[in-house]
Ligand binder design. Structure first.
Ligand code: HEM
Length: 471
């Protein structure tokens, strides 16, 4: 894919930007944060229509420029270590802790390169192999005799899956898998994660059991204790071959005690990767089922492609990553789901220097948010952007170019788990389509912020297919 040319100018601290530059349109309003949190889609769509794809707001305080044009997104994603830094509030950084990928720009590259092997190549293939038995077990327990709540079911599957892939704990065996650890039931582990997650978004940043933030910090401490005990437990068994994220880090540490993998880094990475992934992936699966439930013709196409590429008798348990590649229409349905229902915006960047782009000045000190909700709704990038049309992502139509399609962000902070998320979705869908058809029960209500997801009480009706087949 061709990368657009860079066409912005960065001003050093001593340089004053030329006077003829204009600022992005729109006067920030004090109500912006509330309006954005209440409905980020509506906020972005409304301002896109009124001001175009780049506009000023006061979201999260100060001046925050929302950007949705490919040029401005490219400028935003390319600034790390030169003219941008991560611009999250101090309390959010406190929840991440000093061993996150966001906290130390000087160590970001080194830490990310060290953990990346766990999310690519052979390890990614191993993770995918782990999905089949667990997924079969979950799907077998889905009850087609009555309407089922979609979100809790998928959250449960994805939690079991990621705890296995990242921490090596087989939660499907029941609470016995947590024996000897300070959190001894799956229900409690999930609850602590929910409390930790909510803590990031508490409005009152006061460390007290009375506040969401305070409870989040306590959950963080409990989860870190859990990870620490897990590391001690894991050291008592052989680490090779490393088939989960934790054992990969421990094996690296054993091989090279001077590597970045201190115990602190390992326990925090275990905490944070699961935090970063389990809601996002379950949202992708539930949004896919919801979107495709409205387009039975697309489901037929996915099934037809599955038969054409993999054959009628394909045993999914033996499916490899290579075999997933030619399933282009399946891939397109996942991308179209992420285009219309991106779970989140990207991380806020703060400009450390002023930048001019196409005659518009972005001032040092301002925050910038690259918003998929704007980029994905631009007619010039996506024809009839409100329509669900997976074909747009097929190579012949070629929509979804770099900096125009950004559900996983971009630049040096681009999502580490994008490949894992997409592969998981593909395998999930292939198994699902073999076993079930489903009917939606009306329109779903969504929680809008911090992640856009279908509310937990939304139900669908499953129908078990006569025989387990993709036809
Ligand atoms: C559908 C699933 C997912 C979506 C939509 C998603 C989305 C995102 C987005 C928007 C960002 C911010 C990127 C930026 O600001 O440029 C991000 C960062 C990140 N994601 Fe994901 N994510 C998903 C799954 C995962 C998974 C499965 C993992 C790991 C197991 C993961 C780990 C991370 C990490 C570590 C970062 C920070 C990277 C850095 O700062 O260098 N994500 N993700």
């Amino acid at each position: 894919m061709d990368q657009p040319l860079k066409n912005w100018t960065v001003f050093s601290d001593e340089q004053s930007p030329p006077e003829q530059l204009s600022e992005p349109p729109r006067r920030p309003k004090w109500t912006d944060t509330l309006a954005y949190i209440a409905d980020p889609d509506q906020f972005c769509r409304h301002n896109l229509a009124q001001y175009g794809p780049v506009f000023k707001t006061s979201v999260f305080g100060g001046t925050t420029v929302f950007v949705g044009s490919a040029e401005a997104i490219q400028m935003t994603f390319n600034g790390d270590a030169d003219y941008t830094e991560i611009g999250l509030p101090a309390t959010t950084m406190d929840m991440f802790g000093e061993f996150s990928l966001f906290q130390r720009p000087d160590l970001h590259r080194q830490r990310k390169s060290a953990v990346r092997p766990a999310f690519s190549g052979n390890m990614l293939a191993d993770y995918c192999a782990k999905i089949h038995p667990l997924l079969t077990e979950h799907l077998q327990s889905w009850d087609a005799s009555q309407p089922i709540a979609l979100t809790p079911l998928l959250e449960d599957f994805v939690f079991d899956l990621l705890v296995l892939q990242l921490l090596g704990i087989p939660l499907s065996q029941g609470d016995v898998a947590l024996t000897g650890l300070p959190i001894s039931t799956k229900a409690e582990l999930k609850r602590q994660y929910q409390t930790f997650f909510d803590g990031f978004y508490g409005l009152v940043k006061w460390q007290s059991p009375l506040t969401t933030f305070g409870r989040g910090k306590r959950a963080r401490a409990k989860l870190i204790d859990f990870m620490r005990a897990l590391i001690q437990q894991r050291r008592q068994t052989p680490l090779e071959p490393a088939t989960d994220f934790l054992s990969m880090m421990l094996a690296s540490q054993q091989e090279n005690p001077d590597s970045v993998f201190s115990d602190d880094l390992i326990e925090n990475q275990c905490l944070l990767q699961l935090w970063a992934s389990h809601y996002e992936v379950s949202i992708l699966l539930s949004s896919w089922m919801y979107q495709l439930g409205q387009y039975p013709q697309c489901i037929k196409q996915v099934r037809a492609e599955q038969v054409a590429v993999l054959g009628k008798e394909e045993h999914l348990e033996a499916l490899s990553m290579e075999q997933l590649k030619p399933l282009m229409f399946l891939d397109a349905t996942i991308k179209e789901t992420l285009r219309l229902l991106p779970p989140s915006s990207t991380a806020t960047r703060k400009l450390t220097k002023s930048v001019a782009l196409d005659g518009v000045l972005f001032k040092a000190g301002w925050n910038v948010i690259a918003e998929p909700r704007i980029a994905h709704a631009i007619e010039a990038y996506f024809a009839n952007p409100d329509q669900f049309k997976p074909e747009r992502f097929l190579p012949e139509q070629g929509e979804g170019r770099m900096y125009e399609f950004i559900p996983f962000g971009g630049g040096v902070h681009a999502c580490l788990g994008a490949q894992l998320a997409i592969a998981t979705a593909k395998i999930f869908i292939l198994h699902l389509l073999q076993r079930f058809d489903w009917d939606l029960m009306g329109d779903a209500d969504f929680i809008q912020f911090p992640l856009k997801r279908i509310k937990s009480n939304y139900r669908i009706k499953l129908q078990a297919r006569e025989e387990v087949t993709c036809l």
